[in-house]
Design a protein around this ligand. Sequence first.
Ligand code: TXA
Ligand code: MG
Length: 318
Amino acid sequence: MIFADSRENIEKGAAIIKAGGLVSFPTETVYGLGGNALDPSAVAKIFEAKARPSFDPLITHIAELEMLDRVAKISNKRIFDIIEKFWPGSLTLIVPKRDIIPHLVTSGLETMAVRMPDHKTALELIKLSTGAVAAPSANPFGYLSPTTAAHVDEQLGRKIEMVLDGGTCRIGVESTVLDVTGDRPIVLRPGGISLEELQREIPDVDIFNRTTTSPTAPGQLKMHYSPLKPLHIVDSIDSVSDRNRAGALIFKKGPETDGFKSLEILSPQGDPVEAAARLFVALHNLDKSDIDIIYAEKIPEDGLGRAVMDRIYKASEK
Ligand code: TXA
Ligand code: MG
């Protein structure tokens, strides 16, 4: 059931998490499906609700820096500089874990993913519960990520006790995952913090290359974030002639879109930040409409455009 994110309901949600239950909550990126990160049986419930293969490790969400030291071993001063710059925010760090984090959270890895979300409701819920909340995006495994409480309720409502409604997520794509366990920080998943923003603070940051390295983060599995309908990527929507049973996903106003049965424009003015925020809502709408196929026009890979195209490529894989 959906509950407004009032203080009273956040307290109720925190009590559910403390008791080992699950609560879906808003973050600035997408809605999470949260359970106590320190309790393996709560974490098992997350995998069950998502029907997620247990090889896929979860992000631990924290609200206070003191918690970081309880869950992770961080010796490198540089990591604190990164944290100071980007937290709270859409940057997930891969760091060595401490024993207090169950292996179920990390799928057996000795490293963990951790972030401090930039969202008042999320931070309150985390603080009032156990201080460490494991949460994947609140969608069934492989399906589109939710950016509204209604998305969560439609997909998982029957399986979880509470969906806290904080409105539409401001960023709209998942956090950037940055591995800082090696000498050189590597982006494993492009996301809410753009590569350009990272480069300004971390000049030697590298980006994981799917074609030359085997996936260490299942976020890099090619099929992920998929709608049920087939999605085809095209350089230009103008080239699509078969339109009457098709939906179009385009970046900005401009192309000739007559004849498509449904149409989603990510950002009329062509702003990649707005496009990211609208992406999953647009894909959900297209997936629900009475069409047979979705055509997605490529968008420029600058700033958040890179995260948007990453999700569109993944949505196109079957
Ligand atoms: O914005 C977000 O990050 C959202 C909100 C709810 O915080 N969460 C999210 O979680 O997207 P999820 O579970 O859908 O994605 C977690 C990503 C996956 O790509 C996973 O493989 C990676 O983090 N990850 C987790 N632990 C890891 C580890 N130890 N090493 C490498 N990658 C890891
Ligand atoms: Mg996900």
